[in-house]
Design a protein around this ligand. Structure first.
Ligand code: SF4
Length: 351
C-alpha cells in the first residue's frame, strides 16, 4: 500500500488535509489513528463521517505489517522480523541511540556476493506505507529519531516509494532530515532525485573497494560506475545538500582489507566531505568470506584516520543474533545456506 492510497481512503470518508495530517502524526507515533491532542479529543475534532469510516481503514493499516519475532542482541540492538500483509517477511533493526534500520524491498536484485538478502533476488517492492509501518512498529517499542534505509533491498530500485516514506517521516513523522539516511550502491537516479526533494535525506554509498574490477565481482548487478566517479558524484551531492556522505565498506578479510586498498582510499577520500564506515563482515565459521581480526580492523582505522580520512568502525548490529542483513529472514524461511559465495572474488587486481 502506498501512502497516497491511504490518504485517498481518508479523503473518501470526508477527511480534510488537516484531519489527514493529524491521523498521520498519530499513526507515526504508534498511537491509535483517532487519537486527539492534549487539548482536543478525537471525537471533538474529526467529523462524524471520518469517525464512522475509520475502523476499516484502521484494520487495513494494522494489517500492513506486524512483528513476527524479536531478537535482542548484547549490543543493545533489537532485530525485528516483520511479517507483511501477504506473509512475506523483512527485517528492521532498532539500533542503539534511537536509530532504526528499515527494509525497502523483499529480497534484492543487486546480488552482492557477501549478502544473504542478495541471494534470493528481488521478490517484491515494499509500498511506501509498508516502509513507514516499520517505523510505527518500532516506535511502539522505543523512541526512533533516526531512520537509515540500509536493511533489505536497494532503495534506489524502489525510489518513489522510499522517497514518499522519507517525505512523510521528515514531516509528520518528526524526524530531522539529516537523520534520514538513504543508502545506495550508486544508482545514477539517486544523485538526480535526492537533492530535488522537499525532505533531503543524507546519503550513504556502498563503496566496498576502490577497484572497479573487484567491485563488479562483489556487487555483480550494481551500476558499473568506476569508484573514482562514484566518489566524485557522492562528494558533489554532499556539498549540495550540506551533510557529509557516508561511504560504506564491508570489510572482508584478504579481499578489501589490503594495504593497496588503504592507500587508494587515502588518495581518493582524503579531504572529501565524507566519513568512511568500515563494517566488519558478520562471518560464521563455515563462511567463505571472513571478518578480519580485531587487530587488523583497529590498525586499518588508525592508519586511515592518521592519514586524513575520517574513519569509523560500524559493526553490523546484533552480531550474536544473525546480525547480517537478511540472515534472520533466511533462517525463518528455512533458506539459510551458509556456504557463501566467494566465486571469482580475488584480492589481486587483474594482470
Ligand atoms: S548488500 Fe544491500 S544492495 Fe547488496 S544485495 Fe544486500 S540488500 Fe542488496
Amino acid at each position: 500500500m502506498r501512502i497516497q492510497e491511504l490518504h485517498q481512503s481518508l479523503a473518501d470518508i470526508g477527511a480534510r488535509p488537516c484531519h489527514i495530517g493529524r491521523i498521520n502524526r498519530a499513526w507515526l507515533k504508534g498511537l491509535p489513528l483517532d487519537t486527539g491532542t492534549r487539548y482536543q479529543k478525537g471525537e471533538d475534532y474529526f467529523p462524524l463521517s471520518v469517525r464512522h469510516g475509520l475502523p476499516p481503514i484502521v484494520a487495513q493499516v494494522e494489517g500492513l505489517a506486524r512483528i513476527h519475532s524479536q531478537h535482542t542482541a548484547v549490543d543493545g540492538s533489537l532485530r525485528l522480523l516483520v511479517a507483511l500483509g501477504d506473509g512475506q517477511m523483512v527485517e528492521s533493526v532498532l539500533l542503539p541511540r534511537d536509530g532504526l534500520c528499515v527494509s525497502s524491498q523483499v529480497g534484492c536484485a543487486v546480488g552482492c556476493t557477501f549478502c544473504m538478502t542478495g541471494k534470493s533476488g528481488l521478490l517484491r517492492q515494499l509500498g511506501s506505507a509498508e516502509i513507514a509501518a516499520q517505523v510505527v512498529l518500532a516506535r511502539r517499542i522505543r523512541p526512533v529519531k533516526k531512520v537509515v534505509f540500509m536493511g533489505m533491498g536497494e532503495p534506489a530500485h524502489n525510489l518513489d516509494n522510499v522517497l514518499d516514506a522519507i517525505n512523510l517521516l521528515g514531516t509528520d513523522g518528526n524526524i530531522g532530515h539529516k537523520n534520514l539516511v538513504f543508502s545506495s550502491v550508486g544508482d545514477p537516479r539517486v544523485f538526480e532525485r535526492l537533492p530535488q526533494q522537499r525532505v533531503k535525506p543524507a546519503l550513504a554509498l556502498s563503496l566496498h573497494t576502490t577497484r572497479a574490477d573487484l567491485r563488479a565481482q562483489l556487487l555483480p548487478r550494481a551500476p558499473r560506475i568506476d569508484p573514482v566517479d562514484l566518489i566524485e558524484q557522492g562528494d558533489a551531492n554532499a556539498r549540495q545538500v550540506g551533510y557529509p556522505i557516508q561511504y560504506q565498506w564491508t570489510l572482508l578479510a584478504g579481499i578489501n582489507d589490503t594495504q593497496e586498498e588503504m592507500d587508494a582510499i587515502i588518495r581518493l577520500l582524503k579531504g572529501r566531505y565524507g566519513i568512511l564506515n568500515l563494517i566488519p563482515y558478520n562471518s560464521q565459521e563455515e563462511d567463505s568470506f571472513q571478518r578480519p581480526s580485531s587487530e587488523r580492523i583497529d590498525a586499518m582505522k588508525r592508519y586511515l584516520h592518521d592519514s586524513g580520512v575520517l574513519t569509523k568502525i560500524r559493526d553490523s548490529a546484533g552480531q550474536d543474533i544473525d546480525g547480517g542483513c537478511g540472515q534472520l529472514r533466511a533462517r525463518a524461511a528455512g533458506v539459510v545456506d551458509t556456504s557463501r559465495l566467494r566465486k571469482r572474488v580475488s584480492a589481486q587486481p587483474p594482470e
